[in-house]
Design a binder for this molecule. Structure first.
Ligand SMILES: [Zn+2]
Length: 191
């Protein structure tokens, strides 16, 4: 569009120049006294008048093309700006996504490392029990026994069961009677 209008403007400009050159040539011939015959002079006067009109028309047309060209250039600039803005926003989103993905990867690495440390030295049968429970119990295989309550199923352990648990050695695996999860005893267990 801009290219078309630019060549249309160049053409209009060339047309104006061409007619102007002809007018100059005619005037020079008259001024130099080359035309003496009154009829020829009259014809020449007519031609000059019509050339003036033609030039005026062509200049108007050229002006109109120039206005259209300016409008087209302005909307091209605006569109280019919008495209650049879109590109910038997209690149911001991509950067954000990549940062988030890197954060998740780092967190996953950290958790994998933590798990490896926690599992290190754990008896195989206990680990197998934990994995089995984790698979069956919404990803939570072991729960803290806190204030006499199982943090897995949130139920309070009754006094008789608490007495049993209290009597067990600390390396014995304790299970919640209600949800079967491994109960982890701490100083906060209320035993
Ligand atoms: Zn429970």
């Amino acid at each position: 569009m801009v290219d078309d209008l630019a060549s249309a403007q160049a053409k209009a400009d060339a047309d104006v120049e061409q007619v102007k050159a002809r007018r100059t040539r005619d005037r020079n011939r008259m001024d130099a006294g080359q035309i003496t015959n009154p009829k020829d002079l009259e014809r020449m006067q007519h031609e000059l008048t019509s050339l003036d009109r033609r030039i005026s028309t062509l200049e108007d047309e050229e002006l109109e093309v120039m206005e259209q060209l300016e409008e087209a250039q302005a909307s091209l600039a605006e569109l280019s700006g919008q495209v650049a803005e879109g590109d910038e926003r997209l690149s911001g989103l991509v950067t954000g996504r990549d940062l988030k993905a890197a954060e998740i990867d780092a967190e996953l690495d950290r958790l994998t490392g933590e798990r490896a440390t926690a599992v290190d030295g754990m008896p195989d049968d206990l680990l197998a029990l934990y994995e089995k429970l984790r698979a069956n119990k919404d990803g939570v295989g072991a729960a803290e026994l806190r204030q006499r309550r199982c943090n897995g199923c949130q139920l309070t352990i009754d006094n008789a069961e608490l007495a049993v648990i209290r009597a067990l050695p600390s390396n014995e695996v304790v299970r919640c009677e209600e949800c079967q999860r491994i109960l982890v005893r701490t100083g906060e267990s209320g035993l």
